[in-house]
Ligand binder design. Structure first.
Ligand code: HEM
Length: 416
């Protein structure tokens, strides 16, 4: 005997989603007093959910699937076509194992050394520069890190262009008009660049470090024992390069937090080793980045007395789950200490997706993200000092991705 889910009346609410952005689902969860509700988005019926229990359901691969869910405009910019994000079942687990094989502790150690080296180079340059725009500069640092770690050669004269192209992939998915088309164009260019490298690796003309992303993905075999199509392999290499550049967004929010919460900054200066992990987790919980993830109901099932009909588009609220009062004590307060005694459910702290890495779609790059953030934060707090001239440090809760409006201008950067 199933009930009608709380339902938002009307023909389509895509505009409300664009207007309310990160808060769209959370606002309605509050006003319906329900962690699940029905609405209409992109011309179809859609279910929106948030909270820990909803995340558990959403990441149950017997209940939801991903193939054919991402809208074209997202595939043509952010994700690429045919990559791990769109796979289900065995094919997904097999591909995901390949991604997770890149995330061993030795490889993360390499990543940390590369990150330090690139920050050193950048700081040397910044000391003799009048003004640094942190967002732009950190994207460039990250592009260098991404290529070096992935085993992809990057000429000095290419850096600016490649940085722009890779950034455009995550800056354009929701954009309308020229910005969006720039994203699609950049994806074509980046995929051709990477595909050429893959061909050379396969022909033995290019020898990236064994175990690097370029090496591993170029030679990866699918379940049938075949190499991936070159275009598809390129999509997967870009699935490593692009999101590393996107860590610039978190680096900027970390810098903002350091500025807004001087007491927290002090704790970072005193006990960096212990406190930076907590600080970085709180940055990922508190600030808006990836708003939600989407899936489709695999087979009819019921949950909490409501029917989930096969094929229904379902969105899980990542931002709202990280700001859920059932999970977090005063979620609107920035307080890294909350992570000191945090019990660590894989379904409650979900800035990069929930659940299990191999069985589900949880982000493959969470360790990469936190390690790069910790090294970067150390530079911002303990290695350099700088001034923040008057600027607009506010950030939008609507535009995606959200970045402090001024992109954080630093002047008078000096080593400590
Ligand atoms: C998937 C967020 C960085 C690689 C995801 C998902 C989210 C996410 C929300 C989707 C989860 C889902 O569909 O259930 C982020 C954020 C990052 C970040 C906010 C911060 C910059 C990275 C990095 C890498 C990476 C640095 C690689 C080095 C991936 C891959 C997937 C993924 C390969 C697809 C996983 C799958 O479908 O199984 N990420 N990510 N991400 N991310 Fe990240």
């Amino acid at each position: 005997n199933l009930n009608q889910m709380p339902r938002e009346e009307g023909i389509d609410h895509s505009l409300s989603l664009l207007r309310e952005g990160y808060l769209y689902i959370l606002n309605r969860r509050k006003s319906f007093a329900s962690n699940v509700f029905e609405t209409r988005l992109l011309g179809q019926k859609a279910i929106c959910m948030g909270g820990k229990e909803a995340a558990e359901i959403f990441y149950d691969d017997k209940k939801f699937l991903r193939n054919g869910v991402a809208p074209k405009r997202v595939q043509k910019t952010l994700f690429g076509v045919g990559g791990v994000q769109s796979l289900d079942n065995e094919a997904h687990t097999h591909r995901k194992k390949m991604f997770m094989s890149l995330m061993t502790s030795d490889k993360l150690d390499d990543l940390k050394s590369i990150t330090k080296k690139q920050w050193e180079n950048a700081v040397n340059k910044w000391e003799s520069t009048e003004e640094v725009i942190l967002y732009e500069e950190s994207k460039e640092i990250l592009c260098r890190i991404a290529c070096e770690w992935a085993g992809a050669p990057l000429l000095e004269e290419e850096v600016k262009e490649r940085t722009k192209q890779l950034s455009s992939l995550f800056e354009s998915p929701i954009a309308i008009g020229p910005e969006h088309w720039k994203g699609r164009h950049s994806r074509k260019i980046v995929e051709v660049w990477v595909a050429e490298m893959i061909v050379q690796v396969r022909e033995g003309k290019m020898k990236p470090r064994k175990g690097s992303a370029l090496h591993t993905i170029s030679l990866h075999q699918d379940l049938g024992g075949n190499l991936l199509d070159v275009e598809l392999a390129a999509v997967e290499v870009v699935n490593i390069l692009r999101p590393i550049v996107a860590i610039a967004i978190y680096i900027n929010f970390a810098a903002l937090a350091v500025h807004h919460y001087p007491k927290e900054k002090e704790k970072l200066t005193l006990g960096y080793e212990q406190y930076s992990q907590l600080f970085v987790q709180e940055v990922r919980r508190y600030y808006p980045f990836f708003p939600l993830v989407a899936a489709k109901v695999k087979n009819d099932f019921s949950w909490k007395g409501y029917n989930f009909e096969k094929g229904t588009l379902t969105l899980l609220d990542l931002y709202g789950t990280n700001h859920d009062t059932e999970i977090w004590d005063n979620p609107e307060i920035f307080r890294p200490e909350r992570f000191a005694d945090w019990k660590g459910s894989p379904f409650s702290f979900i800035p990069q997706g929930a659940g299990d890495y191999l069985l589900g779609h949880r982000c493959a790059g969470e360790f990469v993200t936190t390690e790069i953030m910790k090294v970067s934060l150390d530079y911002l707090v303990n290695q350099i000092k700088y001034n923040l001239p008057k600027q607009d440090l506010s950030y939008s809760m609507v535009s995606m991705p959200s970045i402090p409006h001024s992109k954080i201008i630093l002047t008078n950067v000096q080593r400590i």
